[in-house]
Design a binder for this molecule. Structure first.
Ligand code: SF4
Ligand code: SF4
Length: 262
């Protein structure tokens, strides 16, 4: 019975939409002279909320590709990487690129279409930056896992869905230069998400400052009770450590000399 009611309800909705095309939307159809329909104009001008507009009803034709329907903020297509373009902050030393090459996105990517090369310093040690970052867009299924799991907000899903090409290989493998977009681009297409990130960062920094102030107050209180200046205590600790290292080095040298003599 419940199944039958569902079918009836579905048919009623279909019928309503059918009759709407003869009523509400009639005056929004393109004229014979090819005028832009009022409703499509409103859509393009952003007066109608993102996604398929519903409040006006009826049918209309969007003049794609000249006119594009706005997509919802959560719309997701091939991911892109973010860089800070203000030359400030802790990522300034890495050209502002937020990605630290931690590899989490590549691990969680279901079809394994992300390939990352981590940077190395002059001493050969790894640096927290990607020198190469590839995404094979012909394999990416736009699931958004990479953006969801990235701990550094370094990768986000794009709204650009126009990637058609005449071949299926080279032009679909995006390198780091093609993937990089400024943070301002992310803020423009994901305003709510960006505002949440800014607020989270502000709260984290406030908590950090509070913790540092508490630690400083604790050190000052300890210094007051012991009568030793905190800077002086630090200096004494460094000296004691230096003495310990020298004693260790002496002992090792004596041990080697003993082996040589025996
Ligand atoms: S998870 Fe984020 S920071 Fe880590 S490699 Fe991927 S994009 Fe870079
Ligand atoms: S959107 Fe999904 S499939 Fe595409 S790169 Fe990210 S994790 Fe992989």
């Amino acid at each position: 019975m419940a199944f039958g009611m569902g079918v009836v309800r579905g048919m009623a909705i279909t019928l309503r939409h059918f009759f709407d095309t003869y009523t509400v939307g009639q005056n929004k159809q393109p004229s014979a002279a090819g005028d832009v329909p009022a409703r499509a104009e409103a859509t393009v001008a952003g007066k109608i909320p993102a996604g398929m507009p519903t409040e006006l009803g009826g049918i209309f034709t969007s003049q794609y590709p000249e006119q594009k329907l706005p997509v919802p903020e959560r719309f997701r297509y091939i991911p892109f990487l973010l860089y800070e373009d203000d030359g400030q902050g802790e990522r300034a030393a890495f050209d502002g690129i937020r990605c630290t090459a931690c590899g989490i996105c590549a691990k969680v990517c279901p079809p394994q279409c992300i390939w990352i090369v981590q940077g190395k310093g002059d001493d050969g040690r790894p640096r927290p930056v990607a020198t190469e970052f590839f995404i094979d867009a012909s394999i990416c299924m736009s699931c958004g896992f990479c953006a969801e799991y990235c701990p550094f907000d370094a990768i986000k899903m794009d709204h650009d869905y126009e990637f058609s090409s005449y071949e299926r290989h080279e032009s679909w493998v995006f390198d780091i230069q093609e993937l990089l977009h400024p943070v301002a681009y992310h803020a423009a297409i994901h305003p709510a998400d960006y505002a949440r990130e800014v607020e989270e960062t502000r709260q984290k920094e406030a908590a950090k400052r509070q913790k540092e102030a508490a630690a400083a107050a604790k050190a000052a209180a300890a210094a007051d009770s012991s009568g030793v200046d905190p800077e002086e205590a630090k200096r004494r600790k460094a000296e004691a450590r230096q003495r310990m290292l020298e004693a260790k080095a002496r002992k090792e040298a004596e041990g080697k000399a003993g082996e040589g003599g025996g």
